[in-house]
Design a protein around this ligand. Structure first.
Ligand SMILES: Cc1cc2nc3c(=O)[nH]c(=O)nc-3n(C[C@H](O)[C@H](O)[C@H](O)COP(=O)(O)O)c2cc1C
Length: 190
């Protein structure tokens, strides 16, 4: 066996350790996105993902990864559509409710309206992307859900909700920090 092959086997052994995998990957910040759909009786369903990403511009495709055990994914596959809602920095409570609440109560006290495709668009979000399911691909213990974009919109200029090292946080642009400092200096100088 070559030295390279030995090295890659050792590297794999480290990589498959679940605790280490989660710990290291938790250092990669993600956006917090609510994936929503409705069932046959027009009842809203949703889950929170940190794996939403754009895939292709032509054709316009986006994707997210869902655990094989996801019950929301079953509803999405049956509906053939979903909406990706980019949650805002002040929507941590809504995110917790959508991520861990009992399936029937996740939209309790949440305001939303239906998109043209029929998917819930939540109030107070940053932006949304409404999709038809294009493809579902099995990858490891997850399913990659690829959506074809049917409509999309920026709803507000609010800052996004982020997830990093097992905790929620808000986004702070370096420009706004600089502006705050400049304003502060300006006030001190007066
Ligand atoms: C910040 C954050 C990111 C998450 N990302 C994902 C993800 O990308 N894929 C996934 O399947 N679950 C993810 N989860 C967990 C799901 O939101 C949670 O397990 C959800 O309840 C699944 O619901 P379901 O079984 O009803 O579909 C995430 C949770 C949080 C809080």
């Amino acid at each position: 066996m070559s030295e390279g092959a030995t090295h890659s086997r050792t590297a794999d052994a480290h990589a498959v350790d679940g605790r280490r995998f989660r710990e290291v990957l938790g250092n990669f910040p993600t956006s917090v996105v609510a994936i929503t759909t409705t069932d046959g009786e027009a009842r809203p369903h949703g889950m929170v993902v940190g794996t939403f990403t754009s895939v292709s511009l032509d054709p316009p495709l986006v994707s997210f990864l869902a655990d094989r055990s996801s019950t929301t994914l079953r509803t999405i596959r049956a509906a053939g559509r979903f909406c990706a809602n980019a949650l805002a920095g002040n929507q941590e409570r809504l995110s917790r409710q959508l991520a861990t609440g009992p399936a029937g109560q996740r939209f309790d006290s949440a305001m939303w309206h239906a998109s043209d495709l029929g998917n819930p668009v939540l109030d107070g979000i940053v932006a949304w992307v409404d999709c038809a399911v294009e493809r579902v691909v099995e990858i490891g213990d997850h399913l990659l859900v690829v959506g074809r974009v049917r409509d999309l919109r920026v709803e507000s200029m609010k800052t996004p909700l982020l997830f990093f090292r097992s905790g929620y946080g808000d986004y702070l642009s370096s420009t706004s920090v600089l502006m705050d400092r400049l304003v502060g200096w300006d006030e001190i100088g007066r």
